[in-house]
Design a protein around this ligand. Structure first.
Ligand SMILES: [Zn+2]
Length: 212
């Protein structure tokens, strides 16, 4: 009788992601890091996930227009290190580790980047910072930074929150055990030899039935 339509009031949060201007990934600049840090360049924008080549495998099939919001701010610290803060926010599609079906995952990444010129410098970067190797001219492409940040933020294992059907159960019984046994039975060279010796003598037994 009573239809409970009013139990989930909207809080008005649905429009919160629309504040950043949508930009094409191709228009994202490649920056000279020293200059960007010295002039404290800052970027706040939104790009389509599908326009970042390394992130194409993670674009949700049901939402191909999914965008990635980011804030990027270059600066130097008191030690003159070349730094940037990078925050990204998007939704990715990954494979559920239990049922192997696709699942959507809200993803947030946040890093303090330190730009370095070689591997020796990278090794000296503190744990709280993420070393980023600049190219031969001392530049970085913003699109590369975004790709790296999302790939780093991806969880190594994801599973549906609901109890989905495990896809691995049958495979373990059918495929997992048998190859193991096969592998442990190494071919015995003496067995092959014995087979060769036996073959000429065994002919007679096959003809026995025809004679009778
Ligand atoms: Zn699942």
């Amino acid at each position: 009788m009573s239809v409970d339509n009013g139990s989930y009031p909207l809080d008005g949060q649905s429009g919160s992601g629309a504040s950043r201007p949508l930009q094409s990934a191709a228009s994202l600049p490649r920056l000279m890091v020293r200059m960007a840090c010295d002039s404290e360049r800052a970027f706040s924008a939104s790009v389509r996930l599908a326009e970042l080549p390394r992130l194409v495998p993670f674009v949700p099939h049901e939402a191909p227009e999914t965008s990635l919001d980011f804030d990027l701010r270059f600066f130097r610290d008191e030690g003159r290190a070349l730094l940037a803060t990078l925050d990204v926010q998007t939704t990715v599609q990954v494979e559920c580790a239990r049922c192997l079906q696709p699942m959507s995952l809200p993803l947030v990444g946040s890093s303090l980047l330190q730009f370095v010129y070689n591997d020796d410098q990278a090794e000296q970067v503190g744990d709280a910072r993420e070393p980023v190797l600049v190219d031969a001219e001392g530049g970085v492409a913003i699109s590369n930074l975004l790709e790296e940040e999302v790939l780093m933020a991806l969880p190594t294992v994801s599973m549906h929150e609901h109890q989905c059907q495990p896809a691995w159960q049958e495979e373990v019984e059918d495929d997992g055990v048998e190859p193991l046994v096969e592998r442990s039975e190494r071919p015995n060279p003496f067995a092959a030899l014995a087979e060769q010796w036996r073959t000429p003598g065994s002919k007679g037994s096959g003809k026995k039935g025809e004679d009778q």
